[in-house]
Write a protein that binds this ligand. Sequence first.
Ligand code: C2O
Ligand code: CU
Ligand code: CU
Length: 531
Amino acid sequence: MITRRRFLERTGILAAGLSVNKLPSPQSQVLPTLDPERLSPYVDPLLIPVIAHSSGFRPSPEDPEVQLPYYRMAMRQIESKVHRDLPATRMWGFGSSSPGPTFETRSGQGLLVEWVNELPERHFLPIDHTLHGAEANLPEVRSVIHLHGGKTPPGSDGYPEHWYVPGKSATFHYPNRQDAAMLFYHDHTMGINRLNIYAGLQGLYFLRDEVEDSLNLPRGKYEVPLLIYDRFLLPDGRLEYPVSPKPKAPWVPEVFGNAILVNGKLFPYLDVEPRKYRFRVMNGSNGRFYRLSLGKLLVFQQIGTEQGLLPAPISVQRAVMAPAERIDFVFDFSAHAGENILLRSDAFDLMQFRVAAKGAPDTSALPPNLRSIARIPESHAVMTRRLTLGERLDLVQQSMGMLLNNTPWHMPVTEKPILNTTEIWELVNLTEDAHPIHLHLVRFQILDRRPFDTFEFQGKGTIRFTGPAVPPAPSESGWKDTVRADPGLITRIIIPFEGFTGRYVWHCHILEHEDNEMMRPYEVVSAGGAP
Ligand code: C2O
Ligand code: CU
Ligand code: CU
């Protein structure tokens, strides 16, 4: 079946018959490709992004009496070594690295970040000026940063149209009034965010709280972030972004690189002690899905999703991760002293853990109960919105694009949830792809996924279910901010709209889709505003 084939292609499973690490890519026939298989694996240590440091305090925009830590983060063009035997790669990063420095902060501790655009005036990746929001009369290099998963006031959320050019900056306020979680920051510029993120504009953001502290999970050097993303690299180390055969419309619907990087390195290794570690994993790819496993399908304990801890650890052997999804897991290397263990995504080896023979005593814990999460009853929802994920033929591009609810970005706002109410959104996927759907501002729970007759829906607009509703897997049963909407299914999520009123966005997190109309504004209104 086509749908299954597309999913397999995206996870790379179809390539499993090929030799390991040889990642097929659309342009592999035309470019002199780098063959990662010919590079020695596990010669570079895993790089842990540095922790961001504040430079003083500034008054809070909410209350000038309150002083908040102030951070200055400059976006710059950098050169970065992806692998020992490759020349340095030109990228865009924050400060001197990509991924950028990691924020460490606490729930309730607000902070200010001045995101400074110090990028060059010219882009080094192929802009498609036929895309809405990337027209040829606009400056090539524009940026605006969004904190993904943040409950952020609208003026600081990084609205895609609020981009600015080199030499300018914007200071955003993150109140952080939300549970402990691993968020991430990334560019969100209209029409080019796929290129800006691919160039390197992303980084991690940790929020801690007392619930998490009390659990005594592995911490410090025993808590390791793993930001995973694929890139297309040439043998001279250059970063290449694939293009369509149409020079005036280079947009491509999806990108699969030939190299899968972990924290910016190709095939890194990490020396570990024979004890418990906590891994905070994030899929930072433009479009690739992963199905992670450790060694020969070793069992690990998943303890969290995008928006924080699960109620209890769950034993898993594999974790499927769509772009922007995060998982939090604990693995105990104590039974593997002296071994080398690979982190893999199906047939692809990503990195190696080298377990020492001995280590310091492990005083960390993995408690049986983590954080209570009340399931939101469906009866709490004041309304249900049926929203389609569909395809469209683009007459200018003569290519297929994707649309949310058949409505392009620039049309008036149609989704106006009322602050402090709960809604159910039914994501009706009419396409052959799985789309990771993300809403800004909020966290949500998955209710279920149910197959339906897509032809009948497209013909008559009626829903005829063709199978039972499937509740979310235990690994998806926590608080989410991004959900896989699989093809041929209606994925239902239940969303409390809390925090702020104002204009936000929701979109597919396959960045090529997002940049080409698979994004819509939505607006949280106060009671009395239009639904
Ligand atoms: Cu990761 Cu609109 O965001
Ligand atoms: Cu977001
Ligand atoms: Cu999509």
